[in-house]
Design a protein around this ligand. Structure first.
Ligand code: ADP
Length: 478
């Protein structure tokens, strides 16, 4: 049950609500009680002043020389309240007078009076102060005031009954005991409905998401309000599906293109072998020619398989770089030397120029492969008699190696696509070459190698007079 977010939210909400209500109720109860006590204290002080004023007034009456007790008696007679009792003691603790109230019967021998005076007697000599006392079932707020009448000390207790306040507070507490549980129940039910309503889009999204698989990756979650949090979640999920779909599509295209590329050399191999074996008698020369065709196609097949393997490993992030320190200008010169025979066969002039020493830390084998792919292309797409030049330099804190040819160039509308896998601007020509033919993977691999080193390969210029490819690499590329 606790695994449901709805239930957990409801429980949290109800617990928080309970805490708030209980704290509020308790604070209200105690503040009101405090207030009542303060009011009782202020009232008691006022009454004490009034009581003593009456006592003094009676004392001032010179026609009654010995009127101490009568003075108190007169004040007591004058001060009769339903909830207030006045009690006067002399310093020895002898009772000088007690007023009447609803709580104290008139009869002086009533045990309630005796209990009350007995409860007060210990505080006769205590300093002027307020205190709460309980006499029998009654709670009083008592105020002690010491005074003297005609040089005789006396103590006045003003006792304010808290009976009515207590009744009010008890009623309030009783109301809280009913209202709070009802409020908590209502809050819990409301919280549950609210949580259910707020989470219903999540439940709906989850049901929709569970129906999406590789065969219907084009489907998307419905976004009710793209601005709220759940709308943003659905939006992010849909973007993830877009990326997945794109990557699936790429993968599908890659497999289809790869099988197509592999089918041709395999078909040639099988066909050639069958034709050769189908004829009864063949001369050694004929066998040699057939084997040469088989070797060329096998070489081409090997080339394509190697390229595919490289890209597959790169895609899976399983082609770690093996960095070492070397000079980029020297590597470029070495690559130019390696293709010299190939170029010479087509009467293409190769030149190599380095403006400075370019020490670099990178994966030498991969950088060599990238330069060789670009040089191979330059020779492949340059007609006999043309030229290919390789220049290495430092530019804006990066290294640049550019390969320029005087070849056929790439039509402007196809230029943005040449780094795509299996893309060939001129299929007939690139397949027809005798050097193993291109499968349209050379530039894709070059771009991956540059990217893996934090650099780029760009086609900087391509016209009918030739093309320039430039490789940019950071100094510490690994
Ligand atoms: P391929 O194996 O077909 O050469 P690449 O990925 O190396 O594949 O190149 C992709 C396409 O870009 C080629 O088929 C070709 O049409 C074009 N291309 C690449 N380099 C050059 C170049 N130097 N001159 C003209 N076209 C080029």
């Amino acid at each position: 049950m606790l695994n449901s977010v709805r239930i957990r939210l409801t429980l949290w909400y109800t617990a928080a609500m309970t805490l708030v209500l209980v704290v509020l109720a308790a604070a209200t109860y105690f503040l009101l009680r405090q207030n009542e006590v303060r009011r009782a204290d202020a009232n008691a002080m006022e009454l004490a002043d009034s009581f003593l004023a009456t006592v003094n007034a009676e004392l001032g009456d010179v026609s009654k020389p010995d009127n101490v007790d009568p003075g108190i008696a007169a004040a007591i007679a004058e001060h009769r309240f339903r909830d207030v009792v006045f009690v006067v003691f002399d310093p020895q603790g002898d009772l000088l007078g007690v007023s009447e109230s609803d709580h104290l019967p008139r009869r002086s021998e009533d045990p309630a009076r005796a209990t009350l005076t007995a409860a007060l007697r210990p505080f006769v000599t205590a300093p002027d102060t307020f205190r709460s006392i309980r006499v029998g079932e009654h709670r009083y707020r008592s105020y002690v005031r010491h005074f003297s009448i005609d040089q005789q000390a006396a103590t006045l207790f003003v006792l304010q009954s808290l009976h009515r306040q207590n009744e009010f507070l008890e009623t309030l507490a009783g109301t809280f005991w009913i209202v709070i549980p009802v409020a908590i129940l209502l809050a819990g039910a409301g919280g549950y409905l609210l949580a259910r309503r707020s989470l219903s889009p999540v439940v709906m999204m989850s049901a929709q998401a569970s129906r999406i698989g590789s065969e219907n990756l084009y489907e998307r979650l419905k976004v009710q309000n793209p601005r709220d949090e759940l709308g943003q979640l659905a939006g992010s999920f849909n973007e993830l599906l877009d990326r997945l779909n794109e990557s699936f599509e790429r993968q599908r295209r890659f497999v289809a293109d790869a099988s197509h590329e592999l089918r041709t050399p395999v078909a040639i191999l099988c066909g050639e072998a069958e034709v050769t074996l189908g004829q009864e008698k063949r001369t050694e020369q004929e066998y040699r020619e057939s084997l040469q065709i088989l070797r060329e196609e096998a070489k081409r097949l090997k080339h394509v398989v190697e390229d595919l393997f490289t890209l597959a490993r790169a895609d899976a992030g399983q082609h770690p770089l093996a960095p070492s320190d070397f000079y980029l200008d020297e590597l470029a010169a070495e690559c130019a030397k390696n293709v010299r025979t190939l170029a010479a066969a087509k009467q293409i002039a190769i030149s190599c120029e380095a403006r400075a020493e370019l020490p670099i830390r990178a994966d030498e084998a991969l950088v060599r492969r990238m330069l060789m792919n670009l040089l191979d292309n330059a020779i492949k797409y340059t007609p006999p008699g043309g030229s290919v030049s390789l220049r290495s330099s430092e530019e804006n804190g990066r290294y640049r190696v550019s390969i320029e040819d005087s070849g056929c160039g790439i039509p402007a509308e196809l230029q943005p696509r040449i780094f795509e896998r299996f893309f060939r601007a001129d299929k007939a020509r690139s397949r027809g070459e005798s050097d193993g033919g291109g499968a349209g993977l050379g530039l894709a691999i070059a771009a991956w190698i540059a990217g893996a080193h934090g650099g780029t390969v760009e086609l900087t210029r391509s016209t009918s007079e030739g093309s320039v490819f430039a490789v940019f690499l950071p100094k510490s590329a690994a």
